[in-house]
Design a protein around this ligand. Sequence first.
Ligand SMILES: [Zn+2]
Length: 416
Amino acid sequence: MGKIVLQSVLLNDTISDIVIDGNRFSEIVPSEQRKQYDNAELIDCSGLAILPAFYNAHTHAAMTLVRGYADDTPLFEWLNDYIWPFEAKLTAKDIEIGSRLAVLEMIKSGTVFFSDMYWHREATMKVVEEMGIRAAIGVTISDVLTSPKDLEDNFTFLKQHKGESERVKLVVMPHAIYTNTDECFKRSIAIAKEEKYVLHTHLSETSKEVNDCFLQYKCTPVELMEKWGALSSHFVAAHCVHFTEKDKKLFSQVGAVAVVNPCSNLKLGSGIPNIVSLLKNNIMVALGTDGASSNNNLDMREEMKMAGLLTKANDASVIVSKNDILKLATENGAKAYGIQNAGRIEEGWLADCILIRMDNERMVPCHDIVSNWIYGADSRAIDSVMCNGKFVMRNGHVDGEDDIVAEAVACVKRLM
Ligand SMILES: [Zn+2]
C-alpha cells in the first residue's frame, strides 16, 4: 500500500501535511515546509480540519431496527414488553441488515469503532469487515435469555477466538447480573481471564438493579463484581449511573473502565451518571451511545455534547475541559478495549480520523475548533472519515449507502 498525504489540512492551529503510511500517521509537517514523496497519493485538504474519529464504547448496533419503536417507557417495562419480544423474531440476516444500517450511521457521524453487545455476532462481524471500521464484538452471555445449547456454543466460540482480525476483537459480554445466574456470570469471568478477553457488562444502570442486588446479595452490583473477582483493568462497565463512593474507589483501585451513556439513561429515566465524580476518583471514563432503540441514534458527537453539559449539572464548581470531553469520546474508548495509540492525530498513532469542512455554517467563526465540534456543529460538517489508513467515507459519501437504507426499510416492514 502506497503512502497517502493529506495536504494543507488544518491540525490544531497549523496548516499541515499529514503522511499516512499503511495504517498509521507516519509524519506531520507544516505545509510551508512541504516535502516531496514518491509514489504517494496526494489529497488536497484545503478548507478541511482533521480531528480524531469517535470510539463508541457501548452500543447494540442492530437495534437500529427498533429506533423509535417504544418510546416513553422505563427500562424494565421497555425490555420485557417491547424489546425482548421483538428481538425474538430477528434472524441472523435481519441483524446483518440492522448492523449495516448502524455502521452506515456511525461512519456518517464520524465513528470508526464500536463495542457491540448483541446476538448473531457473526452477522455483525461480517458487516464490520466489509465496511472497513473497527469493533469489539461481544459474545453475549445470558442463560436467562438464551437456550442451553446457544450458551455452550458461546463458550466454545470464545475458546476458539473465532473471527478475530486486525480490526475485529472479541469481548466476553455477560448481559447483566439480572439476566444471568451466578454460575453463568462467574463462568464468563473465568473464561475472560483464561483467554485474556475484556469483560463487559451493564452495571448499576437503574436504582431497581441496585436495590434488587442489595436484596439478593446484600451489596451493590460493583461490590458483587469485586467479590466474584471480575474487577480489573480489563473490566469495562456500561452505564455506571448509581455508583456509591465505595463503588468508585473499587473501580479506581484496579483501573476498571466506566462507560457512560447519558442520552440513553435520560431517555429511559434511569438517572444521570456523575461524570465529574467518576473523573475525580481517577476512573477512566469512556462514552457510548447505547442502542438506537434507547438513544435514539448512534451519534457520538451528540453524546459528547450531552456529557459536556451534564458535567456542569453534576458539579458546576468543577471544570471538565472540552479537550477532556473529546478524550472520553475518542482515545479513552479505544484504550478501554485495548486498542493502543488510537484516538489522536499524532505520528505513530493509528490513522483513524475525520475531516471537517471549515466552511460549514456551524463551524463559523472558529475561535476554537474543539468547542465548535463539541457544542456547535453536527455531522453535516464531516467531509470524510478514515479508518486504519483507508477512507470509509469520502466527500460525504459511503459506498452503497442508498441500498443499505432501502434494505433496512424493507426488513422492518417485513418484521412488523
Ligand atoms: Zn446497553
